[in-house]
Design a protein around this ligand. Structure first.
Ligand SMILES: [Mg+2]
Length: 148
């Protein structure tokens, strides 16, 4: 019998896309960046993020789950453009929400506990925490847990 694929959600800012790195480069604060038109489109992928996304995509149903700043709706367009450029295999698999806990699934890879991440019913993998310092540690954890 073929096992049904599990579902993985992945956050964008500071998980797949290097938000803070671009703040440093542009000499602006993270709060300021939120409202800066054109900011989100320019972000570089986090180290290992694209490769990790592709690895997960081979074994799971993967969705990008991101929150767009309420004050800057342009960010939503920019995030779609970013995903088209860097993760073309995420075709139509983007969800925007301020309530990530409403998404049903097995894993949420997210650097933050905000916007419902902490309340997510599956396993919240908090990337850039002591337990999961980078993408390698995330992939190792998920693949070990799922016997891949
Ligand atoms: Mg984030």
């Amino acid at each position: 019998m073929v096992k049904a694929k599990k579902t993985v959600y992945i956050d964008l800012d500071n998980t797949l896309a290097d938000y803070l790195g671009m703040c440093d480069q542009m000499h602006i604060s993270p709060a300021e960046a939120k409202h800066t038109i054109g900011f989100f489109k320019q972000l570089r992928p986090m180290p290992g993020a694209v490769e990790s996304y592709e690895k997960l995509n081979e074994h799971f149903n993967v969705y990008i789950l991101s929150t767009g700043p309420w004050s800057n709706p342009h960010s939503l367009c920019e995030k779609v453009e970013w995903v088209k450029e860097h993760l073309p295999s995420a075709y139509k698999n983007i969800i925007f929400s301020h309530h990530k806990d409403l998404c049903r699934g097995d894993y949420l890879i997210d650097d933050s506990e905000k916007n419902g991440a902490k309340e997510f019913a599956g396993t919240h993998i908090k990337i850039h925490s002591p337990e999961f310092p980078d993408w390698n540690s995330v992939i190792r954890f998920v693949f070990e847990k799922e016997n891949i």
